[in-house]
Design a protein around this ligand. Structure first.
Ligand SMILES: NC(=O)c1ccc[n+]([C@@H]2O[C@H](COP(=O)([O-])OP(=O)(O)OC[C@H]3O[C@@H](n4cnc5c(N)ncnc54)[C@H](O)[C@@H]3O)[C@@H](O)[C@H]2O)c1
Length: 310
């Protein structure tokens, strides 16, 4: 699907990824955003996008937002905390919203959906993990909810004639990223105590980080190029960065030299996947490759988040 002259809805479009995607699309498309601003700000929504404020667990909000005149829905709204305090409720909510969004799309005849899944669907699979790795064994409720939602997306593609793009993201970083993500957490901790940085786990957790501009670029490329009923793509970088290295980069960019204190253990929290690296050969075969390494993405995002703080 060419992304120009289209009328699109971004659920969660005020959030980190959604607001950047809305910004990327707004020049060439009519963009609408639906969000309840739980983890985001109305200020991040581009001026030219229309905003519907509401909670997608409310069927009336879904009915208003998913109108028959849409060409496509980018379904990004989710509770994304991997260490949620109420993981069962998180699982239920993410699935419920996704099922209702898809059912309403089917009802009004909107049949193109882009869905943001996650590397967490792979659990602790060998790396770099390709899209066709099996069996998928997530280790967090969040990962389980993403896998369940991918299944729902697949049902609508195969039974109701949708075209779907499911993106399994690495860790995406950049401006607007909020506390709960490693870079903003380290900045906040060093603001509070510049002499010490507490690192959850043993610091050797090693994951792939991708900058948000490359993430939105890759998404647009895949949507404009891949046309199967279900198009599942990993989005990440070829390289990885350890949590200790992120601590070093953040400290360097803040001009600090803190002591690192590790809480210990191979995981930062229950459900944390200690090592994550995605195969991006399928994406490369479609003609898109990242320019930034994982370390580059972390450094660039750190600089942007420090600028944003001022
Ligand atoms: N950022 C990452 O590294 C990453 C990695 C893997 C997957 N993802 C997925 O990408 C999507 C976007 O992530 P993000 O980082 O932008 O998260 P985010 O929390 O910044 O954005 C999500 C947005 O959805 C909104 N939202 C959540 N529940 C809602 C509801 N019930 N009704 C209305 N609005 C609701 C929130 O207010 C927020 O603005 C999510 O589905 C997330 O699971 C993100």
């Amino acid at each position: 699907m060419q992304l120009s002259g289209k009328r699109v809805l971004v659920t969660g479009g005020a959030g980190f990824v959604g607001s950047h995607l809305a910004e990327r699309l707004v020049g060439d498309n009519e963009v609408r955003v639906v969000d309840h601003f739980a983890n985001s700000s109305p200020e991040w929504v581009p001026d030219d996008a229309a905003v519907i404020e509401g909670d997608l667990t409310d069927p009336a909000v879904i009915e208003e937002a998913i109108a028959p005149d849409l060409d496509a829905v980018f379904h990004f709204a989710a509770d994304k905390a991997v260490d949620s305090e109420d993981p069962n409720a998180q699982f239920g909510r993410n699935n419920e919203i996704t099922e209702r969004v898809l059912a309403r799309m089917e009802e009004v005849g909107v049949r193109k959906v882009a869905f943001t899944s996650s590397s967490t669907v792979y659990g602790t699979a060998p790396r770099p993990t390709p899209e066709d790795f099996a069996p998928l064994e997530p280790i967090s409720m969040y990962g389980a909810s993403k896998l369940a939602c991918e299944s729902l997306v697949s049902v609508y593609a195969h039974s109701y004639d949708f075209t779907a793009w499911s993106f399994r993201f690495a860790n995406i970083v950049g401006p607007h990223l909020q506390l709960g993500a490693v870079i903003p957490d380290f900045i906040a901790k060093l603001d509070e105590d510049p002499s010490t940085l507490e690192i959850l786990g043993d610091g050797r957790q090693e994951k792939s980080y991708m900058h948000i501009t490359e993430c939105t670029d890759a998404m647009v490329h895949v949507i404009e190029t891949a046309e199967a009923p279900v198009n599942t793509y990993n989005l990440g970088t070829r390289t990885t960065t350890s949590v200790t290295r992120i601590g070093e980069i953040v400290a360097e960019e803040m001009g600090l030299d803190p002591e690192f204190e590790f809480t210990g253990g191979s995981q930062g929290w229950t459900g944390d996947v200690p090592r994550m690296g995605l195969s991006i050969e399928k994406l490369a075969a479609l003609g898109w490759r990242p320019e930034d390494s994982s370390d580059d993405a972390v450094r660039r995002a750190t600089r942007e988040l420090l600028d944003e703080r001022q």
